[in-house]
Structure formats: C-alpha cells, structure tokens
Design a protein around this ligand. Structure first.
Ligand SMILES: Cc1ncc(COP(=O)(O)O)c(C=O)c1O
Length: 351
C-alpha cells in the first residue's frame, strides 16, 4: 500500500459531523496560526487584487530578495514554491532516480515518505532516541552508496524536538547525500541552521509562510541551498507555481515584525501553559504545538471525545513510529488553550 498523506480535519467537516456551528469549532489539529494571517500581508493582497490579470514576474526576484534579507543569505541561494510541500516534492523528483534511498528518522512529517515513494525511491526508516531527538549514529549506520536524501525535520513534527548544530554538522560531514532540513517551525525556536548552507553544499533548508506568518491558505514556501542546485531547480520548476498574491503577501509578511512577535509570544506562553496544565505526559517542544501521551487512554478515544466538543487535535496514529496514545495539540489563543485543558480534565474525571 503506498503511503498517503492524511491532512488534519477541517472546521466545516467537524461542524457538519457533530452538529456544531463552524464558528464554535476550535481547530488545533494543523499547526496553523491561531492569530490569523499577518495583517500586512492581508493589506498587500487587497492592494494587488486588481493586478491578477498579469503573470508573476519571471524568477520571483523581489520575493527572493526579501527572503534573502530575512534569512541573511544571498538571493541566488533561494528557491520558492507553492507551499514547502510543492518545493519538497519538486526537489525530490528532480534529484531522484529509480531505487535511490532516502533516510527518514521517525516519527516525523509523513509527507516525506509520500513524495519519496511517488518518486519511486525507497524509504529507510531509522529510530529516534527515546526522547525523540534525532539519533545521528542511526542515520550514519543506515547510509548506503545509493542514499540520495536524508530528511531532518527540526523542530520535528509531531514531537517538537530541535536539533543541535554540532549534531547536524557531523551528519553533513559524514555523507554526500543531500540533507533536507525542514525548518517549517523555525520561528518558534531559538536557533535556525540556515547559516550552514554557506559551508555545506549538501544542505537544503526548507521554510514556509504557513506557520509563523499565518499564510497556510496562500501556499508559499522557500528553501535555502547551494547556488548550483538552486539554479537547476529554477530551470525545472513550473514557471508560475507561486501566484502573484502569494508574492505580495509574502514580501509584506516578512516586514510584519510586530505580528511575528505577537505570534511567537502567544506560542511560547501557550506551550508552557499546556505543559503545566494538561493532565497527561507532555514533551518539551520548540514548535507551535505540544506532543502529548494520553496513556492509559488511546489517541483515538481522546481525540474523538474532543471532536464531540468541537475541538480538533491531531491523533498521531497515522505517524509511523508513534504509539496509539500520542496526540499533537497546536497552541491556540489563550481562551482556546483553556477550553482544551478543561475538556481534557473533564474527560479524565468522567472515565
Ligand atoms: C514539518 C512540516 N513541513 C512542511 C509543512 C507544509 O508546509 P506548507 O504549508 O508550506 O506546504 C508542514 C505542515 O504542517 C510541516 O509540518
């Protein structure tokens, strides 16, 4: 059976299934930004709505310059895509030949295995440590001549672990395979590793506007990588995979430091609150979600209970390497977090 990506449930779907009005649904299952979109991005998009009769400018120079400035690297190293999923997919298809291997430390973002299989490659799964940090020795032990890619998600979805720079460097030195570092949640952690691209041409760092900038529905992602790989990607990507409103929204969002600060502050306080108040074991997290072990109950029964109360969280059953008692809860606005904590306490007291 090929791996399939199962997205989080939508508010409309849950509202219909449980007879709740959609505005009452609390959606904390897809790691979106509970504050909404960056207001500057929204303004910019509105201003440019009447220009969508024109194609985006070829090469996306303005967007790439803005990203390069935000990251602190040369614009030649930037590639952009219709969400980082599109970017990862195109990157894998460009690099892969039949039978090549990709190493994936699990549990992690399930889309990696989907795109490797779709590119007719082979996934080699390696275990993480007991605390879900990446085990570099396990990866190095799994390296083969036909290992083309290594996926590292940091902070990791769904477990929240970051990766130490020293560990990442030692992996980069041990292989010529391309290490794809997915930093979708970088803004919520203290350290990004995008600077290492200047020293290692086998590193590609992927980022997204979907999380900290609140633009998941707009679809915009980017990566920082070796200039030759970036040029090659630019020649093979679909000419206009990023639409003009995403370009305008993305450039404006990068300048919206007030929104970014509010988001990061809400997330850091909310994840601390969850760790203190949830009646279950939680794990340290550097992302905008908390990984929770609801044992002795199952993820299925807990997430169903929350759904019946109009709260969507992520049942992690579909993540390879998770147990049947793992759930992931996105940090929401304070009132949403309080509602989740109260509901889970009621669940524990009622069974
Ligand atoms: C680790 C990780 N990478 C990438 C993505 C997808 O990002 P985008 O919306 O830019 O496609 C997600 C979405 O949840 C994610 O968790």
């Amino acid at each position: 059976m090929p791996s399939t990506y199962i997205p989080g449930r939508s508010a409309d779907e849950v509202a219909r299934a449980y007879g709740i009005s959609p505005e009452k649904v609390i959606k904390l299952g897809s790691n979106e930004n509970a504050l909404g979109p960056s207001p500057r991005a929204v303004e910019a998009i509105k201003r440019h709505l009447n220009k969508i009769n024109v194609y985006p400018s070829h090469g996306y120079a303005e967007l790439k310059d803005a990203i390069a400035h935000y990251i602190g690297c040369s614009a030649e190293r930037i590639i952009v895509g219709n969400g980082s999923d599109d970017l990862l997919n195109t990157l894998v298809r460009n690099l892969y030949v039949l039978g090549d291997q990709a190493i994936i430390p699990v549990p992690t973002y399930t889309y990696y295995e989907v795109i490797v299989e779709a590119g007719r490659g082979t996934c080699v799964y390696v275990n993480r440590n007991e605390d879900f940090s990446v085990n570099i020795d396990n990866i190095i032990a799994a390296l083969k001549d036909n290992t083309k890619l290594i996926f590292i998600c940091a902070p990791n979805n769904p477990t929240g672990n970051a990766i130490e720079k020293t560990a990442l460097k030692s992996l980069l030195r041990s292989t010529e395979a391309l290490v794809v570092l997915d930093e979708a949640y970088a803004e919520f952690t203290t350290e990004s590793h995008a600077d290492l691209v200047n020293n290692f041409d086998n590193l590609a760092v992927c980022r997204t506007f979907s999380k900290a900038f609140g633009l998941a529905g707009l679809r915009l992602g980017y990566a920082v990588l070796d200039c030759d790989l970036a040029r090659d990607y630019g020649q093979r990507m679909l000419a206009f995979s990023v639409n003009q409103l995403a370009v305008e929204g993305g450039v404006a969002a990068l300048s919206d430091s007030a929104f970014l600060e509010r988001t990061v502050s809400m997330v850091t306080q909310g994840r601390q609150y969850f760790r203190e108040k949830l009646p279950f074991k939680t794990y340290p997290t550097e992302a905008n979600f908390v990984f929770v072990d609801v044992a002795p109950y199952t993820a299925q029964e807990v997430s169903e209970y929350l759904l019946s109360r109009g709260i969507i969280v992520r049942n992690c059953d579909a993540f390879r390497g998770c147990s049947n008692s793992h759930i992931r809860i996105t940090v929401g606005q304070p009132w949403q977090n309080t509602t989740v904590v109260e509901a889970l306490n009621e669940f524990v007291n009622s069974v």
